[in-house]
Design a protein around this ligand. Sequence first.
Ligand code: SER
Length: 337
Amino acid sequence: MAKPEVLITGANGEIGQRLVEYLEEEGRYDIVALDLTEPAPELAEKTKAFYRGNILDKHLMDGIETHHRFEIIFHLAGVLSSTGEKNPMLAHHVNVDGSLNILQIAQNHSQASGKSVVFVFSSSIAAYGIRKEDDTTVPVSVRQYLTPMTMYGINKLYIEQLGRYYCTSYKGEEGEDSVKLDFRCLRFPGLISPQTVPSGGTSDYGPEMLHAAAQGKPYSCFVSPGTMLPFMVMSDAIRSLIMLSRAPEDQLRHRIYNVTAFSVTARQIMKKIEQYWPEAEIDFEPVLKRQAIVDSWPDRIDDGPARRDWDWHPEYDFDSAFDNVLVPHVRKRYENK
Ligand code: SER
């Protein structure tokens, strides 16, 4: 019997690659993947179809819509915060217009099959905009401080709202009542993966510091030592995507959830890395623009609703993340290189 189909956009990105691997190993779905860049052959092999192209390409999107029938969509593709500030128009097109194209596929498939497509959207702490005078000693809830400073954050916030709209109020072009998609969204903190180094984001200093130390390369951190941000290891990010996607809909009291694991300063990350690589050369040379972006993100976010509604809890805190996952895997990755 044919398996149900899952679509993963941004499948060649940091989260996408791990999600493809997870789902392929599980064997529950036929994986349809989409990314702008060429995947490694080992990744492409895990999919039923890997489309190389742009989510803005209407012709390609129409083809994907026609050839498949998705039960679930993980929409991960996007232009990240630092790249988005260099090219805000591009960020807007990809993050907003591109997301709209994917939402429309989900909506049309929901309507055609009479069953709501589960649409999981990866949002971000970038949806927040904290000012100096705001009190962030208390973890920030999903409804607070929603005045993002970056194009990326503004785009994420808008798509969160658009997804909620599709799932609650959308009516087809003729105004007819339609089967609505089932929108679910996670606001991720900074993510750290032992397998890949991110690019174009502003939480990148955490993973960059780790990967540089493991390769014996000096690293100059672009935020000040006291800068604090919430983080999570990639395996926990994948778990949260899977858990949210499978939570019974009637248990979801929200459509948008924070998830987090530990909040640490850049100095704490450095100290942790120095425990393993005492010779690591790490210094701090804050870059004004990037520092301002990170300063506008909360130090701590409240993931209580995710814990209550779908039993979320991260597997790794700061120490176990580095001691049990990041350091051993990153060491392995670079040994003999
Ligand atoms: N990691 C992302 C970025 O830095 C935040 O979601 O842009």
